[in-house]
Design a protein. Sequence first.
Length: 117
Amino acid sequence: MAVSEDYGRVDFELILNIYNRLILEFSGGIIRDMQRCPKCNSEKLMHNVRIIDRGHNDWIKSLEVEVFTKPDAIFFKGSHREALEATICGKCGHTELTVTNPDKLYQAYLESQRNSI
């Protein structure tokens, strides 16, 4: 009987994919620390891919996020910037962005919360 044979088959790739997603979700992990894509379970991950931002005259720099430590100041807001990097799956294209130095960015954010009115 074909139906019972289908129920007996174990899809190990699906189980591993679910397992990786659960580990990612419950560990607070991020894709840049993983060896497999959380979406398709592929090992074709490209880590630390630079994301560029083009300015005037085609000037290239890394794309950044910015936090002001003194957000209510008119001048000298205390800008703190960190570059974004991507981890991209070479099979399905799933992409996650991470900040290169999250601790410093978070410290600047905490300072901004203390300094805001």
